[in-house]
Write a protein that binds this ligand. Structure first.
Ligand code: FES
Length: 103
């Protein structure tokens, strides 16, 4: 069963920003893409780099360690050296709060 858990207030995640949060023990990287919030795993699938410390260009995160790129809307790889996608989580925004579905 999927449950949405509070991750952060919307005001703490401005457009173009990334933010790492922990939701029910899961490390998640939130991304604000022009006002739409997305959530993917916080650790890069290549060698565990901290994706929330990377760069966000529209919907693409670039890992700060070796430059792998991921689509934050799906978690899919958008550029090497990563081969595997990262987990993507459902997000809902209600009452000024971002909530993420973790299983
Ligand atoms: S750890 Fe992210 S590209 Fe290597």
């Amino acid at each position: 069963m999927v449950e949405f858990r509070t991750a952060v207030n919307v005001a703490e995640l401005q457009p173009g920003q990334l933010r790492r949060v922990e939701v029910d023990g899961t490390q998640i990287c939130l991304a604000n893409v022009d006002g739409a919030i997305y959530a993917v795993a916080a650790r890069c699938s290549h060698a565990g780099g901290p994706l929330a410390e990377g760069a966000l260009d529209r919907k693409i995160i670039t890992c700060p360690w070796h430059g792998a790129m991921f689509d934050v809307t799906s978690g899919e790889v958008a550029g090497p050296p990563a081969d595997d996608s990262v987990a993507a989580y459902d997000v809902e925004v209600e009452g000024g709060v971002v909530r993420v579905a973790v299983r």
